[in-house]
Design a protein around this ligand. Structure first.
Ligand code: XUL
Ligand code: CO
Length: 439
């Protein structure tokens, strides 16, 4: 098969003193950090949609990058060329996982039976390619937001026929997950939200989203899908209000509708910041609820109010993200999927590789620094000491639920007004972080 990314070598680890733009400075796949290799800790995945399909098109103009890979876009020949391009790309970067929507891998036909036949054909090709180097499917999903039929949502639609169509797409995608050995299945509720309450029955819509998810779990488990289902929270864009606003909202929904045994969360950095949180916050909320499943790795631009899906660059963010991931025990079924895209003027094949090198190195450095922060121990010790008062005496009784308001009131009356608690030391802790990061 002809090489597509001609002139781009296999990307090797060169070390932090390296000067080549086509080498890793920090990502050293087999280096062990906290008991696992970087490859195992980070589990990088390529998102089919941005890397192989997106050309830089936005609402102000067409694409700028050529992703035809020698075939006519919109044809099955192009779908096959994307498979060849994708696997060559992953091989050259040493990426072991990928993720896709159904419509990323084949052009949708007018008849769903023909779309499904195309999906069968293309996944035969993908499966062959997976076998060559053992590349795995991190997760797949159904695109139930682009086609005009989903303008009012998929699970949340007001039309039973559209609900049935969404169910049919979900059924097929679950079959593909099993066929390709996927370890995750994602629901990102693109249009599962609303613009105005004047035309919307919120309770009805949320209940129906839960019904679609239950149907997916029942069918998935029946056909042997043993991975994790994920909700990927996002507060807005495209809808004004999206039901899966953030981690806390999504966890509440999963528990309310009895989906919490089968689902975890896929936390996307730029979605967390759109919700007014840090990336680290939504990772922490997921982790403390045993719901940290997988991550869509990117970063936003705080000066812009939309989902810019940039490749990760900010080492504070990657460090704090890896700190949460390591402290939660690391990935099992999940990984770091680059739901990130090149900027519109970055149009060359080299730019595609440089973007992944940036993101992979940013997370590798984040992993190294998060490990160093944990080893350093001062931040963790400060936090542990800060709550130490609750480990004995009345503090311990509060924690174990063995006290009453009467007892606590009696203590307050006897001891009088307490002095304010000791300093939170934020600036001191931030200095420790800078010292660990920059030496
Ligand atoms: C959209 C987004 C999606 C999901 C998968 O903001 O993140 O690409 O990751 O549907
Ligand atoms: Co995403």
């Amino acid at each position: 098969m002809a090489e597509i990314f001609k002139g781009i070598p296999k990307i090797e680890f060169e070390g932090s003193a390296g000067k080549s733009e086509l080498s890793f400075k920090y990502y050293d796949a087999d280096k062990v950090v906290r008991g696992k290799t970087m490859r195992e800790q980070l589990k990088f995945a390529m998102a089919w949609w941005h890397n192989l399909s997106a050309t830089g098109q936005d609402m102000f103009g067409p694409g700028t990058a050529d992703k035809s890979f020698g075939a006519e876009p919109g044809t099955m020949a192009h779908a096959h060329a994307k498979v060849d391009a994708g696997f060559e790309f992953m091989d050259k970067l040493g990426i072991d996982y990928f993720a896709f929507h159904d419509v990323d891998i084949v052009p949708e036909a007018d008849d769903i039976k023909e779309t499904n036949r195309r999906l069968d054909e293309i996944t035969d090709h993908i499966k062959e390619k997976q076998a060559e180097r053992g590349v795995k499917l991190l997760w797949n999903t159904s695109n139930m937001f682009s086609n005009p039929r989903y303008m009012n949502g998929a699970g949340s639609t007001n039309s039973p026929e559209i609900f049935a169509f969404a169910a049919a797409q979900t059924k097929k995608s679950l079959e593909l997950a099993v066929k390709l050995g996927g370890s995750g299945f994602t629901f990102w509720g693109g249009r599962e939200g609303y613009e105005t309450l004047l035309n919307t029955d919120v309770k009805f819509e949320i209940e129906n989203i839960a019904k679609l998810m239950h149907l997916a779990v029942d069918y998935g488990r029946k056909i042997g899908f043993d991975g994790d289902f994920y909700i990927e929270p996002k507060p807005k864009e495209p809808m004004k209000h999206q039901y899966d606003f953030d981690a806390a909202t999504s966890i509440g929904f999963l528990r309310q509708y009895g989906l919490d045994k089968d689902f975890k969360l896929n936390i996307e950095a730029n979605h967390a910041t759109l919700a007014g949180h840090t990336f680290q916050h939504d990772l922490r909320i997921s982790a403390i609820n045993d719901m940290l499943g997988s991550v869509d790795a990117n970063q936003g631009d705080l000066l812009l109010g939309w989902d810019t899906d940039e490749f990760p660059f900010n080492i504070y963010d990657t460090t704090f993200a890896m700190y949460e991931i390591l402290k939660s025990g690391g990935f099992t079924n999940g990984g770091l999927n680059f739901d990130s895209k090149n900027r519109r003027p970055s149009t060359s094949y080299e730019d595609m590789f440089k973007a992944f090198i940036l993101g992979m190195d940013a997370f590798a450095l984040g992993l190294i620094k998060a490990d160093a922060l944990i080893e350093d121990g001062r931040v963790d010790k400060f936090v542990a000491d800060r709550y130490a008062g609750f480990s004995e005496g009345i503090g311990a009784k509060i924690r174990s639920g063995e006290t009453t308001l009467e007892e606590l009131a009696a203590i307050a009356e006897e001891k009088g007004a307490p002095a304010p608690a000791e300093s939170g030391n934020q600036e001191g802790l931030q200095s420790i972080v800078n010292q660990v990061l920059f030496g």
